[in-house]
Design a protein around this ligand. Structure first.
Ligand code: GDP
Length: 437
Protein backbone atom coordinates (compact mmCIF):
# COMPACT_ATOMS: atom_id res chain seq x y z
CA UNK A 1 0.00 0.00 0.00
CA UNK A 2 1.24 3.45 -0.79
CA UNK A 3 0.64 6.63 1.15
CA UNK A 4 -2.16 8.44 -0.65
CA UNK A 5 -2.20 11.49 1.57
CA UNK A 6 -3.68 12.55 4.85
CA UNK A 7 -7.29 12.44 5.96
CA UNK A 8 -8.86 15.85 5.31
CA UNK A 9 -10.31 16.21 8.82
CA UNK A 10 -8.03 14.27 11.08
CA UNK A 11 -4.25 14.40 10.94
CA UNK A 12 -4.03 11.10 12.82
CA UNK A 13 -5.43 9.15 9.87
CA UNK A 14 -3.84 8.54 6.51
CA UNK A 15 -5.73 7.39 3.46
CA UNK A 16 -3.98 4.51 1.70
CA UNK A 17 -4.79 2.86 -1.58
CA UNK A 18 -4.56 -0.93 -1.77
CA UNK A 19 -2.24 -2.67 -4.17
CA UNK A 20 -4.43 -5.81 -4.29
CA UNK A 21 -7.97 -6.96 -3.39
CA UNK A 22 -8.37 -7.67 0.35
CA UNK A 23 -12.04 -8.57 0.57
CA UNK A 24 -13.59 -6.24 3.13
CA UNK A 25 -15.81 -4.81 0.40
CA UNK A 26 -18.13 -7.72 1.27
CA UNK A 27 -19.03 -6.02 4.57
CA UNK A 28 -22.28 -4.42 3.26
CA UNK A 29 -23.37 -7.82 1.88
CA UNK A 30 -22.73 -9.38 5.27
CA UNK A 31 -24.89 -6.71 6.87
CA UNK A 32 -27.69 -7.29 4.37
CA UNK A 33 -27.59 -11.07 4.97
CA UNK A 34 -27.65 -10.58 8.71
CA UNK A 35 -30.54 -8.10 8.54
CA UNK A 36 -32.58 -10.40 6.29
CA UNK A 37 -31.99 -13.30 8.66
CA UNK A 38 -33.00 -11.25 11.65
CA UNK A 39 -36.05 -9.68 9.98
CA UNK A 40 -37.37 -6.18 10.49
CA UNK A 41 -39.90 -4.75 12.85
CA UNK A 42 -42.07 -1.76 12.09
CA UNK A 43 -44.58 -0.31 14.50
CA UNK A 44 -47.37 1.96 13.31
CA UNK A 45 -49.65 3.97 15.57
CA UNK A 46 -52.98 5.13 14.10
CA UNK A 47 -54.59 8.07 15.86
CA UNK A 48 -57.96 9.33 14.83
CA UNK A 49 -61.55 9.40 15.93
CA UNK A 50 -63.74 6.33 15.65
CA UNK A 51 -64.95 5.74 12.08
CA UNK A 52 -62.41 8.03 10.37
CA UNK A 53 -61.14 5.07 8.32
CA UNK A 54 -58.06 3.87 10.24
CA UNK A 55 -58.65 0.14 9.79
CA UNK A 56 -59.61 0.49 6.12
CA UNK A 57 -56.45 2.47 5.39
CA UNK A 58 -54.13 0.01 7.18
CA UNK A 59 -55.68 -2.86 5.22
CA UNK A 60 -55.24 -0.91 2.01
CA UNK A 61 -51.65 0.15 2.79
CA UNK A 62 -50.42 -3.36 3.51
CA UNK A 63 -52.72 -5.13 1.04
CA UNK A 64 -53.94 -7.42 3.79
CA UNK A 65 -57.01 -8.25 5.75
CA UNK A 66 -56.16 -7.54 9.37
CA UNK A 67 -58.81 -8.52 11.86
CA UNK A 68 -59.82 -5.36 13.65
CA UNK A 69 -63.29 -5.44 15.19
CA UNK A 70 -65.20 -2.16 14.71
CA UNK A 71 -65.32 0.02 17.81
CA UNK A 72 -68.12 2.08 19.30
CA UNK A 73 -68.30 5.72 20.41
CA UNK A 74 -69.24 4.70 23.95
CA UNK A 75 -66.02 3.45 25.50
CA UNK A 76 -65.27 4.91 28.94
CA UNK A 77 -61.65 5.66 28.00
CA UNK A 78 -59.20 5.44 25.10
CA UNK A 79 -57.77 1.97 24.59
CA UNK A 80 -54.64 1.18 22.63
CA UNK A 81 -55.32 -2.02 20.72
CA UNK A 82 -52.08 -3.66 19.62
CA UNK A 83 -51.85 -6.36 16.98
CA UNK A 84 -48.67 -7.85 15.57
CA UNK A 85 -48.46 -9.63 12.23
CA UNK A 86 -45.65 -11.30 10.34
CA UNK A 87 -45.58 -10.38 6.66
CA UNK A 88 -43.23 -11.80 4.08
CA UNK A 89 -42.25 -10.23 0.77
CA UNK A 90 -39.58 -12.04 -1.30
CA UNK A 91 -37.25 -13.24 1.45
CA UNK A 92 -37.76 -10.23 3.70
CA UNK A 93 -39.72 -10.79 6.88
CA UNK A 94 -41.53 -7.83 8.40
CA UNK A 95 -42.91 -7.95 11.92
CA UNK A 96 -45.62 -5.34 11.66
CA UNK A 97 -47.32 -4.00 14.76
CA UNK A 98 -50.43 -1.89 14.36
CA UNK A 99 -51.54 0.10 17.37
CA UNK A 100 -55.05 1.48 17.08
CA UNK A 101 -56.45 4.19 19.34
CA UNK A 102 -59.91 2.88 20.08
CA UNK A 103 -62.35 5.47 21.45
CA UNK A 104 -60.10 8.45 20.66
CA UNK A 105 -61.97 11.77 20.62
CA UNK A 106 -65.05 10.40 22.38
CA UNK A 107 -64.14 11.95 25.74
CA UNK A 108 -65.53 15.23 27.12
CA UNK A 109 -62.12 16.24 28.38
CA UNK A 110 -59.57 16.46 25.54
CA UNK A 111 -56.69 15.46 27.79
CA UNK A 112 -58.44 12.13 28.45
CA UNK A 113 -58.15 11.44 24.72
CA UNK A 114 -54.46 12.13 24.15
CA UNK A 115 -52.86 11.37 27.54
CA UNK A 116 -53.26 7.55 27.23
CA UNK A 117 -51.45 7.77 23.87
CA UNK A 118 -48.58 9.78 25.37
CA UNK A 119 -48.35 7.28 28.24
CA UNK A 120 -48.34 4.35 25.83
CA UNK A 121 -45.44 5.78 23.79
CA UNK A 122 -43.46 6.53 26.95
CA UNK A 123 -44.13 3.03 28.28
CA UNK A 124 -42.56 1.49 25.15
CA UNK A 125 -39.49 3.73 25.55
CA UNK A 126 -39.27 2.80 29.22
CA UNK A 127 -39.44 -0.93 28.45
CA UNK A 128 -36.58 -0.55 25.96
CA UNK A 129 -34.55 1.54 28.42
CA UNK A 130 -35.02 -1.06 31.17
CA UNK A 131 -33.79 -3.75 28.78
CA UNK A 132 -30.77 -1.61 27.89
CA UNK A 133 -29.94 -1.01 31.55
CA UNK A 134 -29.96 -4.71 32.42
CA UNK A 135 -26.57 -6.30 33.07
CA UNK A 136 -27.53 -9.28 30.94
CA UNK A 137 -29.28 -7.72 27.97
CA UNK A 138 -31.02 -9.46 25.12
CA UNK A 139 -31.55 -6.55 22.77
CA UNK A 140 -30.89 -8.77 19.77
CA UNK A 141 -33.99 -10.89 20.39
CA UNK A 142 -35.92 -8.10 22.14
CA UNK A 143 -39.27 -7.32 20.54
CA UNK A 144 -38.93 -3.59 20.05
CA UNK A 145 -42.36 -2.04 20.54
CA UNK A 146 -41.30 1.60 20.18
CA UNK A 147 -43.56 3.42 17.73
CA UNK A 148 -41.78 4.19 14.45
CA UNK A 149 -44.51 6.20 12.83
CA UNK A 150 -47.76 7.79 13.88
CA UNK A 151 -50.40 8.24 11.20
CA UNK A 152 -52.52 11.11 12.51
CA UNK A 153 -55.98 11.10 10.88
CA UNK A 154 -57.51 14.52 10.25
CA UNK A 155 -61.26 14.76 9.58
CA UNK A 156 -62.06 15.91 6.02
CA UNK A 157 -63.89 19.01 7.21
CA UNK A 158 -62.24 21.28 4.64
CA UNK A 159 -62.07 23.95 7.36
CA UNK A 160 -59.28 23.67 9.92
CA UNK A 161 -57.70 21.42 12.50
CA UNK A 162 -59.62 20.76 15.69
CA UNK A 163 -58.26 21.74 19.09
CA UNK A 164 -57.87 18.05 19.91
CA UNK A 165 -55.70 17.59 16.79
CA UNK A 166 -53.40 20.44 17.82
CA UNK A 167 -53.18 19.35 21.45
CA UNK A 168 -52.48 15.73 20.54
CA UNK A 169 -49.86 16.45 17.91
CA UNK A 170 -48.17 19.00 20.15
CA UNK A 171 -47.86 16.54 23.00
CA UNK A 172 -46.50 13.83 20.68
CA UNK A 173 -44.18 15.60 18.26
CA UNK A 174 -41.06 15.14 20.41
CA UNK A 175 -41.86 11.47 20.97
CA UNK A 176 -42.82 10.06 17.60
CA UNK A 177 -42.59 10.68 13.84
CA UNK A 178 -45.97 12.17 12.98
CA UNK A 179 -47.31 11.86 9.44
CA UNK A 180 -50.62 13.70 9.11
CA UNK A 181 -53.22 12.18 6.78
CA UNK A 182 -56.64 13.45 5.76
CA UNK A 183 -58.98 10.51 6.23
CA UNK A 184 -61.89 9.73 3.88
CA UNK A 185 -60.42 12.20 1.39
CA UNK A 186 -62.95 11.12 -1.24
CA UNK A 187 -65.51 13.26 0.57
CA UNK A 188 -63.73 16.51 -0.28
CA UNK A 189 -63.42 18.16 -3.69
CA UNK A 190 -60.10 18.60 -5.51
CA UNK A 191 -59.87 22.38 -5.13
CA UNK A 192 -61.05 22.30 -1.53
CA UNK A 193 -58.45 19.62 -0.81
CA UNK A 194 -55.50 21.79 -1.89
CA UNK A 195 -56.75 24.70 0.21
CA UNK A 196 -57.38 22.39 3.14
CA UNK A 197 -53.85 20.97 2.91
CA UNK A 198 -52.28 24.45 2.94
CA UNK A 199 -54.49 25.51 5.83
CA UNK A 200 -53.47 22.48 7.87
CA UNK A 201 -49.77 23.02 7.22
CA UNK A 202 -49.90 26.70 8.14
CA UNK A 203 -51.80 25.86 11.34
CA UNK A 204 -49.18 23.28 12.27
CA UNK A 205 -46.40 25.80 11.69
CA UNK A 206 -48.11 28.58 13.62
CA UNK A 207 -48.67 26.23 16.54
CA UNK A 208 -45.03 25.11 16.53
CA UNK A 209 -45.88 21.48 15.79
CA UNK A 210 -43.11 19.47 14.18
CA UNK A 211 -44.24 16.72 11.86
CA UNK A 212 -41.99 14.14 10.22
CA UNK A 213 -39.95 15.48 7.31
CA UNK A 214 -38.91 12.94 4.71
CA UNK A 215 -35.10 13.10 4.49
CA UNK A 216 -33.62 14.99 1.59
CA UNK A 217 -29.93 14.30 2.17
CA UNK A 218 -29.85 11.06 0.15
CA UNK A 219 -29.74 12.06 -3.50
CA UNK A 220 -31.56 8.93 -4.68
CA UNK A 221 -34.72 10.02 -2.86
CA UNK A 222 -34.15 13.72 -2.27
CA UNK A 223 -36.30 14.89 -5.19
CA UNK A 224 -39.37 12.79 -4.43
CA UNK A 225 -39.00 13.46 -0.69
CA UNK A 226 -38.79 17.22 -1.24
CA UNK A 227 -41.93 17.13 -3.40
CA UNK A 228 -43.76 15.02 -0.82
CA UNK A 229 -42.70 17.31 2.04
CA UNK A 230 -44.26 20.17 0.11
CA UNK A 231 -47.49 18.30 -0.51
CA UNK A 232 -48.38 17.09 3.00
CA UNK A 233 -50.72 15.90 4.49
CA UNK A 234 -51.56 12.78 2.49
CA UNK A 235 -55.18 12.68 1.35
CA UNK A 236 -56.03 9.02 1.83
CA UNK A 237 -58.87 6.71 0.92
CA UNK A 238 -59.18 3.19 2.25
CA UNK A 239 -61.40 0.27 1.51
CA UNK A 240 -61.88 -3.24 2.80
CA UNK A 241 -63.50 -4.34 -0.45
CA UNK A 242 -62.32 -5.20 -3.91
CA UNK A 243 -64.35 -4.38 -7.00
CA UNK A 244 -64.21 -6.09 -10.37
CA UNK A 245 -63.03 -3.54 -12.95
CA UNK A 246 -62.13 -4.79 -16.42
CA UNK A 247 -61.71 -8.38 -15.20
CA UNK A 248 -59.39 -7.23 -12.47
CA UNK A 249 -60.19 -7.13 -8.77
CA UNK A 250 -59.04 -3.78 -7.41
CA UNK A 251 -59.40 -2.21 -4.00
CA UNK A 252 -61.99 0.52 -4.41
CA UNK A 253 -65.05 2.30 -3.06
CA UNK A 254 -68.12 2.02 -5.21
CA UNK A 255 -70.68 4.85 -5.26
CA UNK A 256 -73.86 5.38 -7.30
CA UNK A 257 -72.02 8.01 -9.32
CA UNK A 258 -68.72 6.18 -9.82
CA UNK A 259 -65.77 4.33 -8.33
CA UNK A 260 -62.88 5.64 -6.21
CA UNK A 261 -59.85 3.45 -6.76
CA UNK A 262 -57.62 3.27 -3.71
CA UNK A 263 -54.59 2.38 -5.83
CA UNK A 264 -55.12 5.19 -8.33
CA UNK A 265 -52.76 8.09 -7.62
CA UNK A 266 -55.04 10.60 -9.30
CA UNK A 267 -57.88 9.57 -6.96
CA UNK A 268 -55.98 9.73 -3.66
CA UNK A 269 -52.55 9.65 -1.97
CA UNK A 270 -52.83 6.14 -0.46
CA UNK A 271 -50.29 4.58 -2.81
CA UNK A 272 -48.01 7.58 -2.39
CA UNK A 273 -48.16 7.11 1.37
CA UNK A 274 -47.39 3.42 1.02
CA UNK A 275 -44.37 4.16 -1.20
CA UNK A 276 -43.10 6.85 1.14
CA UNK A 277 -43.47 4.59 4.18
CA UNK A 278 -41.59 1.77 2.49
CA UNK A 279 -38.77 3.84 1.02
CA UNK A 280 -38.25 5.74 4.28
CA UNK A 281 -38.89 2.89 6.70
CA UNK A 282 -35.28 2.72 7.82
CA UNK A 283 -35.15 6.50 8.32
CA UNK A 284 -38.32 6.32 10.44
CA UNK A 285 -36.79 3.51 12.53
CA UNK A 286 -33.51 5.35 12.86
CA UNK A 287 -35.12 8.67 13.84
CA UNK A 288 -37.19 6.85 16.45
CA UNK A 289 -34.03 5.45 18.01
CA UNK A 290 -31.57 8.30 17.53
CA UNK A 291 -33.91 11.21 18.10
CA UNK A 292 -37.07 10.40 20.01
CA UNK A 293 -35.81 7.53 22.15
CA UNK A 294 -32.50 9.32 22.72
CA UNK A 295 -34.37 12.32 24.13
CA UNK A 296 -36.45 10.09 26.40
CA UNK A 297 -33.37 8.14 27.54
CA UNK A 298 -31.42 11.32 28.21
CA UNK A 299 -34.18 12.89 30.30
CA UNK A 300 -34.77 9.65 32.24
CA UNK A 301 -31.06 9.12 32.98
CA UNK A 302 -30.72 12.73 34.12
CA UNK A 303 -33.77 12.19 36.30
CA UNK A 304 -32.02 9.16 37.80
CA UNK A 305 -29.02 11.38 38.61
CA UNK A 306 -26.58 10.26 35.90
CA UNK A 307 -24.31 12.79 34.23
CA UNK A 308 -21.89 12.56 31.32
CA UNK A 309 -18.25 12.87 32.31
CA UNK A 310 -16.02 15.47 30.76
CA UNK A 311 -13.83 13.65 28.21
CA UNK A 312 -11.14 16.33 28.61
CA UNK A 313 -10.41 15.46 32.21
CA UNK A 314 -11.36 11.82 32.67
CA UNK A 315 -11.61 8.73 30.51
CA UNK A 316 -15.14 8.20 29.23
CA UNK A 317 -16.95 5.53 31.19
CA UNK A 318 -20.47 6.33 30.09
CA UNK A 319 -21.63 6.18 26.49
CA UNK A 320 -21.88 9.75 25.24
CA UNK A 321 -25.31 11.05 24.38
CA UNK A 322 -25.77 11.98 20.78
CA UNK A 323 -26.20 15.71 20.19
CA UNK A 324 -29.80 16.62 19.64
CA UNK A 325 -29.71 20.28 18.88
CA UNK A 326 -33.21 20.91 17.58
CA UNK A 327 -34.78 19.59 20.77
CA UNK A 328 -32.52 21.39 23.24
CA UNK A 329 -35.49 23.23 24.70
CA UNK A 330 -37.04 20.06 26.04
CA UNK A 331 -34.00 18.83 27.90
CA UNK A 332 -31.33 21.17 29.26
CA UNK A 333 -27.79 19.92 28.85
CA UNK A 334 -25.33 19.20 31.64
CA UNK A 335 -21.62 19.83 31.69
CA UNK A 336 -20.71 17.87 34.76
CA UNK A 337 -17.71 15.62 35.28
CA UNK A 338 -19.37 12.89 37.36
CA UNK A 339 -18.76 9.27 36.46
CA UNK A 340 -21.29 6.48 36.81
CA UNK A 341 -19.64 5.35 40.07
CA UNK A 342 -19.61 8.91 41.43
CA UNK A 343 -23.20 9.43 40.43
CA UNK A 344 -24.14 6.18 42.14
CA UNK A 345 -22.22 7.10 45.30
CA UNK A 346 -23.74 10.58 45.32
CA UNK A 347 -27.18 9.11 44.90
CA UNK A 348 -26.55 6.58 47.66
CA UNK A 349 -25.29 9.33 49.98
CA UNK A 350 -28.28 11.48 49.16
CA UNK A 351 -30.57 8.55 49.83
CA UNK A 352 -28.79 7.82 53.15
CA UNK A 353 -29.11 11.46 54.25
CA UNK A 354 -32.74 11.44 53.29
CA UNK A 355 -33.25 8.24 55.30
CA UNK A 356 -31.55 9.81 58.33
CA UNK A 357 -33.66 12.92 58.01
CA UNK A 358 -36.81 10.83 57.86
CA UNK A 359 -35.73 8.75 60.89
CA UNK A 360 -35.04 11.94 62.86
CA UNK A 361 -38.41 13.31 61.84
CA UNK A 362 -40.19 10.11 62.90
CA UNK A 363 -38.37 10.18 66.27
CA UNK A 364 -39.38 13.80 66.82
CA UNK A 365 -42.94 13.01 65.88
CA UNK A 366 -42.93 10.07 68.30
CA UNK A 367 -41.59 12.14 71.23
CA UNK A 368 -44.08 14.86 70.45
CA UNK A 369 -46.95 12.38 70.41
CA UNK A 370 -45.82 10.79 73.70
CA UNK A 371 -45.71 14.26 75.27
CA UNK A 372 -49.15 15.07 73.97
CA UNK A 373 -50.55 11.77 75.30
CA UNK A 374 -48.93 12.34 78.76
CA UNK A 375 -50.41 15.84 78.92
CA UNK A 376 -53.81 14.45 78.00
CA UNK A 377 -53.56 11.77 80.70
CA UNK A 378 -52.50 14.37 83.29
CA UNK A 379 -55.44 16.53 82.37
CA UNK A 380 -57.81 13.58 82.67
CA UNK A 381 -56.33 12.68 86.06
CA UNK A 382 -56.80 16.26 87.25
CA UNK A 383 -60.37 16.16 86.13
CA UNK A 384 -61.02 12.91 88.00
CA UNK A 385 -59.37 14.35 91.14
CA UNK A 386 -61.53 17.48 90.97
CA UNK A 387 -64.63 15.37 90.52
CA UNK A 388 -63.63 13.19 93.47
CA UNK A 389 -63.07 16.21 95.73
CA UNK A 390 -66.39 17.66 94.70
CA UNK A 391 -68.16 14.40 95.51
CA UNK A 392 -66.37 14.21 98.87
CA UNK A 393 -67.62 17.71 99.75
CA UNK A 394 -71.19 16.81 98.83
CA UNK A 395 -70.88 13.63 100.86
CA UNK A 396 -69.56 15.51 103.92
CA UNK A 397 -72.36 18.04 103.65
CA UNK A 398 -74.95 15.28 103.50
CA UNK A 399 -73.33 13.53 106.43
CA UNK A 400 -73.57 16.75 108.48
CA UNK A 401 -77.20 17.18 107.53
CA UNK A 402 -77.94 13.60 108.53
CA UNK A 403 -76.08 14.12 111.78
CA UNK A 404 -78.27 17.15 112.51
CA UNK A 405 -81.44 15.26 111.65
CA UNK A 406 -80.35 12.38 113.87
CA UNK A 407 -79.80 14.82 116.77
CA UNK A 408 -83.24 16.36 116.30
CA UNK A 409 -84.75 12.88 116.21
CA UNK A 410 -82.92 11.84 119.37
CA UNK A 411 -84.08 15.03 121.13
CA UNK A 412 -87.62 14.29 120.06
CA UNK A 413 -87.32 10.67 121.33
CA UNK A 414 -85.94 11.92 124.65
CA UNK A 415 -88.74 14.45 124.96
CA UNK A 416 -91.28 11.78 124.11
CA UNK A 417 -89.86 9.36 126.72
CA UNK A 418 -89.92 12.14 129.30
CA UNK A 419 -93.50 12.99 128.48
CA UNK A 420 -94.43 9.33 128.62
CA UNK A 421 -92.80 8.84 132.03
CA UNK A 422 -94.59 11.90 133.40
CA UNK A 423 -97.91 10.65 132.10
CA UNK A 424 -97.41 7.23 133.65
CA UNK A 425 -96.51 8.79 136.97
CA UNK A 426 -99.57 10.94 136.95
CA UNK A 427 -101.71 7.97 136.16
CA UNK A 428 -100.35 5.90 139.06
CA UNK A 429 -100.94 8.72 141.61
CA UNK A 430 -104.58 9.26 140.71
CA UNK A 431 -107.28 7.69 143.32
CA UNK A 432 -108.85 4.46 142.29
CA UNK A 433 -112.71 4.84 142.06
CA UNK A 434 -114.80 1.81 143.26
CA UNK A 435 -117.53 0.83 141.03
CA UNK A 436 -121.13 1.29 142.48
CA UNK A 437 -123.38 -1.73 142.44
P1 GDP B 1 -61.99 3.23 12.15
O1 GDP B 1 -62.99 3.18 13.27
O2 GDP B 1 -61.27 4.54 12.17
O3 GDP B 1 -61.05 2.06 12.12
O4 GDP B 1 -62.81 3.27 10.78
P2 GDP B 1 -63.09 2.08 9.73
O5 GDP B 1 -61.89 1.81 8.91
O6 GDP B 1 -63.65 0.92 10.48
O7 GDP B 1 -64.18 2.75 8.79
C1 GDP B 1 -65.41 3.18 9.29
C2 GDP B 1 -66.39 3.38 8.13
O8 GDP B 1 -65.89 4.33 7.22
C3 GDP B 1 -66.61 2.10 7.35
O9 GDP B 1 -67.96 2.07 6.95
C4 GDP B 1 -65.73 2.26 6.13
O10 GDP B 1 -66.23 1.60 4.98
C5 GDP B 1 -65.77 3.76 5.93
N1 GDP B 1 -64.53 4.22 5.31
C6 GDP B 1 -63.30 3.80 5.59
N2 GDP B 1 -62.41 4.45 4.84
C7 GDP B 1 -63.11 5.31 4.06
C8 GDP B 1 -62.75 6.28 3.06
O11 GDP B 1 -61.60 6.46 2.72
N3 GDP B 1 -63.75 6.99 2.49
C9 GDP B 1 -65.07 6.82 2.84
N4 GDP B 1 -65.97 7.56 2.21
N5 GDP B 1 -65.42 5.93 3.76
C10 GDP B 1 -64.48 5.19 4.37
Amino acid sequence: ASDAGRHPQNDDYRTLSLSAHVGFDSLPDQLIKKSIKQGFSFNVLCIGETGIGKSALINSLFNSNFEDPPSTHFLPRVQLRTQTYELQESDVLLKLTIVNTVGFGDQMNKRDSYQPVVDYIDAQFEAYLQEELKIIRSLFSYHDTRIHVCLYFISPTGRSLKTLDLLTMRSLDSKVNIIPVIGKADSISKTELQEFKSKIMSELVSNGIQIYQFPTDDETVSEINTITNGNLPFAVVGSMEKVNIGDKMVRARQYPWGIVKVENESHCDTVKLRKMLCTNMEDLREKTHAQHYELYRRCRLEEMGFRDIDPETKPVRLPCFQSYADRETVCHSYASSESLQEAYEAKRHKFYLELQRKEEEIKKQFVQRVKEKAAMLKEAEQEVQTKFECLMLIHQEEELKLEEKKKVLEDEIAEFIEKKTTAELLQSQAPVSTPTV
